[in-house]
Design a protein around this ligand. Structure first.
Ligand code: NPG
Length: 366
């Protein structure tokens, strides 16, 4: 299977409500889509980089640039995902850009052979339980309203974004309102330092599933020290960009849970390696989210169906983010989403909607 060319397509999608984290507020998604064309089939990849480099060093314009200048020209002749991963490896970093290109090649390949992402990755279930990530709000009553709305929709786990000044009180209020049985976790997006350990230890009262990325991205040692001072399990997100990082974190005792985001780690092959490593070590994993459209969401749901994904992921329904998704929407059913079964991602963009939200396209022949 030879690759004929690659299209870079930018789309703009407003979010149904602003999403605020400790590093910024997203009100719309500026998404870079990668379409790989072969004579047999086309494949899609969604780049999860945001417009600004605040979650990590990557940002959408930078991803487009490294794709057009370095990654697409480095593609091998054949649309083989392992060969693609090797060909992109010499370029340092830029994992979100690499993941988008690798996913598009894999999708084209799987569509040509009729195999689904779930089957390729090793999915063990046909539906996955879904959590929801709830942003920082202006007031606790506003937060409680939002959380109750999500509970009514059926989400099986609630994740609250926290930051200094928005932590103990909102967590206490939500725990009191929801009762002890609801799965509740928090995500700091690297907003604290080790000197906050006594304060973070006060979260131990609320029976949280985990605290996600309390300290800075490169603080693996500090996370290990913090883990000794909390009973709440530590989960790492931003710190884990590869299976090597995951191995180091497990060895050091920096975390007992890992949030796997394929974009952050360079693609679904590396995401699966992290799953395999964690499973062998008894470390739980769950699938994170980056406000994906239905294309990225489809692949994440397939990944979340692997046997080591024992905690509900940030794999919310389309309407959590978008009034109109670019694919047929993912709709929550009893707190779960179905793993797509069609070839490749198992979903296609709806052409009329895609064209309407497209802001730019660029064709790069090979
Ligand atoms: O459900 O897709 C989702 C969003 C889940 O909270 C979520 N994502 O830090 O994990 C995160 C956060 C995020 C959002 C990170 C946007 C970066 C950008």
């Amino acid at each position: 299977m030879k690759i004929t060319g690659v299209e870079l397509r930018r789309i703009a999608l407003p979010l149904v409500s602003p999403f605020r984290t400790s590093f910024g507020t997203e009100t719309a998604r500026d998404v870079l889509l990668v379409r790989v064309v072969t004579p047999e089939a086309e494949g899609w990849g969604e780049c999860v980089a945001m417009a600004e480099p605040l979650y990590s060093s990557e940002y959408v314009e930078g991803a487009a640039e490294v794709l057009r200048r370095f990654l697409i020209p480095a593609l091998p002749d054949r649309a083989d995902v392992h060969a693609v991963e090797r060909a992109l490896a010499p370029v340092k970093g830029h994992r979100m850009a690499k993941a988008a290109l690798e996913t598009a090649v894999l999708d084209a390949r799987l569509r040509a052979t009729g195999q689904s992402f779930g089957s390729f990755l090793g999915a063990a279930r046909d539906r996955v339980p879904c959590g929801v990530s709830v942003g920082i709000m202006d007031s606790i009553p506003q937060l409680l309203d939002a959380v109750e709305g999500y509970r009514a929709q059926g989400y099986v786990r609630i994740k609250l974004k926290i930051q200094p000044g928005w932590d103990l009180a909102p967590v206490r209020a939500v725990r009191e309102r929801l009762g002890d049985d609801v799965l509740l976790q928090v995500d700091a997006n690297a907003a604290y330092t080790l000197t906050d350990a006594p304060h973070l230890a006060r979260l131990d009262l609320y029976d949280l599933l985990l605290i996600e990325q309390p300290l800075a991205n490169d603080d693996l040692v500090q996370h290990a020290l913090l883990a000794k001072r909390l009973t709440t399990p530590i989960c790492l997100d931003e710190s884990i960009e590869s299976a090597q990082h995951a191995a180091a974190a497990i060895t050091l005792g920096s975390c007992s849970i890992i949030n796997v985001k394929p974009g952050r780690v360079g693609g679904y092959l590396e995401a699966r390696r992290i799953h395999d490593l964690c499973r062998a070590h008894g470390v739980a994993v769950w699938c994170g989210g980056m406000l994906e459209t239905g294309l990225g969401r489809a692949a994440n749901i397939a990944l979340a169906a692997l046997p080591g994904f024992t905690l509900p992921g940030d794999t919310s329904a389309s309407d959590r983010y978008f009034a109109t998704d670019i694919t047929p929407p993912f709709i929550l059913d009893d707190g779960h989403l179905p793993v797509p079964t069609g070839p490749g991602l198992g979903v296609e963009p709806i052409t009329a909607i895609l064209d309407e939200v497209t802001t730019a396209t660029e064709w790069i022949p090979l």
